[in-house]
Write a protein that binds this ligand. Structure first.
Ligand SMILES: [Zn+2]
Length: 162
């Protein structure tokens, strides 16, 4: 497999970082392995969530920006970055942050301009199922979503019984 660093380059403009690909990819193609450099129990701006209470530094991939219509997927189970559609040489790479992040440490307003833009990017727990179901989601996000739904149902039952 190609190493992460050779085919990707970080561009910095006004302190805003973007990750650019130096080559084209076909939909479904593996772009690189997702680095896992340092695992911690709390998220920060440079981490990707890989399990319920595990966040990992992803090296150069920390420069990946969020998009509501992204061109790559981070598969945290296989630890791979995969092309979600055909990608041109020179394109900026982006992924859907809530596909890995349950509750982000630094939420922000999205200005991606996509028709399906979620506007507030704060993590999957703040999005309705009707939005999430249109996106690739990693297993830990699915699990936490099911847990949240079960807890809500339990809570509603208790309210009705009270
Ligand atoms: Zn957006």
């Amino acid at each position: 497999m190609v190493s992460v660093m050779e085919t990707l380059t970080i561009k910095t403009e006004n302190k805003f970082r973007t990750l650019i690909t130096k080559q084209a990819y076909k939909k479904g193609e593996v772009i690189c392995a997702m680095p896992s450099e340092n695992i911690m129990d709390k998220p920060n701006r440079f981490t990707v969530q890989i399990a319920h209470d595990r966040h990992t530094h992803v090296g150069k991939l920390a420069a990946l920006n969020h998009s509501c219509d992204p061109n790559v997927i981070l598969d945290t189970e296989e630890t791979l970055m995969i092309a979600r559609r055909d990608i041109q040489k020179g394109e900026e790479l982006s992924f859907f942050y809530p596909s890995t992040e349950w509750e982000m440490q630094a939420p922000f307003i999205c200005l991606c301009g996509a028709a399906n833009c979620i506007h507030v990017v704060a993590g999957a727990r703040f999005l309705p199922l009707s939005t999430l179901e249109h996106h690739y989601l990693n297993p830990h996000i699915r699990d936490m979503m099911i847990e949240l739904l079960n807890n809500t149902e339990l809570h509603l039952k208790k309210l009705q019984e009270a």
